[in-house]
Design a protein around this ligand. Structure first.
Ligand SMILES: Nc1ncnc2c1ncn2[C@@H]1O[C@H](COP(=O)(O)OP(=O)(O)OP(=O)(O)O)[C@@H](O)[C@H]1O
Ligand SMILES: [Mg+2]
Length: 221
């Protein structure tokens, strides 16, 4: 299901403009992404400039589409260093059930949840191997939603510590570039949390942009 004629040479801004023009309604944002709802309300589209932890989750969902605690993904595409994911629209989860699920996954996991736990552990091992500043599992009630039938879903179960990547880039951008490409580091500065500062950047964002520009000009370090 390709919404609004979006293709991989669109960037995250263009993708959002196209969604809005096609009648998708803005729903929510996190630190990394914006989420839209389809005109008929059935689907959600999550657009980010860069979010390697979520990309890991999407790959894991697609590889384990039988797992009931993962959202159904209808379509995805790269957007430069970012990604658009069209998936089933979820609702806020019942807090007590979400907490019980998270406790069960993190604690003494009952047999029924062991396959899910194994998938999450494998994905975390891949994250540790391949992603800089990977933070591991982010299984908490705030990252659980539910579908129309009440099935709980882990919607964003891993994280990259953006709050550590920022000082790491300020300290040594060339080292950060050993973990993420120049294009990815540039795109990191366009994730949702930086957007408020897009046109009036504060001192930290100004300095981050300067470091990335140096890197792009081949003078990093
Ligand atoms: N499939 C979905 N259906 C409905 N709403 C969704 C869906 N996926 C995400 N959302 C909403 O969008 C919000 C942001 O999504 P998400 O958590 O993926 O963004 P994020 O930028 O990674 O957030 P964070 O900063 O917490 O990591 C969620 O808190 C939730 O309210
Ligand atoms: Mg997230």
């Amino acid at each position: 299901m390709e919404p609004a004629d979006i293709h991989p040479d669109d960037d995250h801004r263009r993708a959002r403009t196209k969604l809005e023009a096609a009648g998708w309604r803005w729903l929510a944002r996190g630190d990394w992404a914006h989420v839209y709802v389809s005109p008929d309300g059935a689907l959600a589209a999550r657009v980010c400039a860069f979010d390697p932890a979520y990309a890991l989750h999407v790959r894991t969902c697609l590889a384990h589409s039988e797992e009931p605690h993962f959202q159904r993904i209808a379509w995805r595409a790269d957007l430069g260093a970012g990604e658009i994911v069209v998936m089933e629209r979820l609702e806020p989860a019942d807090e007590a059930r979400a907490r019980a699920l998270c406790d069960a996954i993190r604690g003494d996991t009952p047999p029924a949840l062991r396959p899910l736990r194994a998938i999450l552990e494998d994905a975390c091992a891949e994250g540790e191997r391949s992603l800089g500043w990977f933070g591991g599992l982010d299984v908490r009630p705030g990252n659980v939603m539910q579908d129309a039938r009440g099935q709980l879903k882990l919607m964003d179960p891993y994280f990259v510590a953006g709050k550590e990547l920022v000082p790491a880039m300020l300290r040594d951008v060339a080292n950060a570039a050993r973990h993420y490409s120049k294009a990815q580091l540039a795109a990191f500065l366009e994730i949702a949390v930086f957007e408020e500062e897009e046109h009036a950047p504060g001192p930290v964002l100004v300095e981050l942009r300067r470091r990335v520009a140096e890197l792009e000009a081949g003078e990093g370090r």
